[in-house]
Design a protein around this ligand. Sequence first.
Ligand code: SF4
Ligand code: SF4
Length: 410
Amino acid sequence: MHCGFCLQQCPTYLQLGMETDSPRGRIHLIEALTDGKIGATPALTAHLDLCLQCRACETACPSGVQFGAIMESARAMVIETGAAPRGWRLRAWLLRAVLPYPKRIQVLFSLLRLYQRSGLQSLVRATKILRLLPGGLAESEAMLPSLPRNPYTTPNVDAASRADSGRAVALLTGCVMPHLYSRTHEATVRLLERTGAAVVAPEDQRCCGALSLHAGDRPTARALARRNIDAFLAAGVEAVIVNSAGCGAALKEYGELLADDPAYAEKAERFAALVQDVTEYLAGAGLDAPPNGRPQRVTYQDSCHLVHGQQVRSAPRELLRSVPGLELVEMDAPDRCCGSAGIYSVAQREMSLRLLDEKMRDVAATQAPVIATANPGCMMQLEAGLRRHGLPGRVVHVVELLDEAYAERE
Ligand code: SF4
Ligand code: SF4
């Protein structure tokens, strides 16, 4: 457990050079906490909180240390023993009060859309008024992408068309994705339909629970997992497709999350075996490559929970390389976290921005005006990076570039 191979892959260690902000150091702190040698002091929880849970250390570790699970358990233990700082408890409570409830999320995004469309956002940004308020509100507001006019509405394939198709897959629509990136869902469904499958989106599905799990709230994550398992298994599909890497990693780990639940352990394993990232599914679907495309230079940012959480590295690149005219230019360290990491960009703003600034320097060096990635959090963060650095260009999900290429033919 002491080799230290993980250190040079850890973004926070690379930034700070402190053993206590490295995977190895954090494991020692967690061991000491578990053995009762130290308490959940503010200093200790700060070191745990600074971890992005990006799992780059898992990929680097020759001994197969499951750092993500260790960190999730440690955060849960701190919360469950009542020793968590107020910020942690507030964060877990806010996530619990919003994410399981689609109507509350809808209200929240309706207000944000009104804020953007009424011109209030332009006024707020022009006057820089938020800089007068504490808590880094201005930086958090700057993260907000331009919201689509309408949220994504789920496809509901009736029994007859499912029978015609013979095959059906289910789409995880996610809690915020329909409101932030409806265009990604639309492209995903069009591509899935090209494979000959009918696409369904079970109405009873809910948030995947990843954000609650990362915040140490296991009961909420487990309740959401049970609900999703019931909703998706009832749909009788051959695969559950996810276009958000963070959600996909969480769904694939429902088996571990519910291993001690006698009523769900077997169902959770069965469900997890159905889950595929959309890039994995499409790369294996045998689709003909799009016949047309346009010349464009693209760089690809690995989403941590796709490359480190699900070990999917080649599928998105294969899809991008299948697009005629597309030149894929690798940036330096494409699998180093961009600083998004769920709610990290709000909770740990300073470190998040340091990582983002470094990422945007690597992006700029490629001279690629298009950044492709595979997770809504990364898309938001990289879009904010373009604005922050005054760089031209756009950020897209991999499936959007593929979908655009097929549309060129028609
Ligand atoms: S999960 Fe990421 S930030 Fe946390 S210790 Fe591992 S490499 Fe470092
Ligand atoms: S977590 Fe793995 S790579 Fe890091 S010090 Fe321990 S054994 Fe080595």
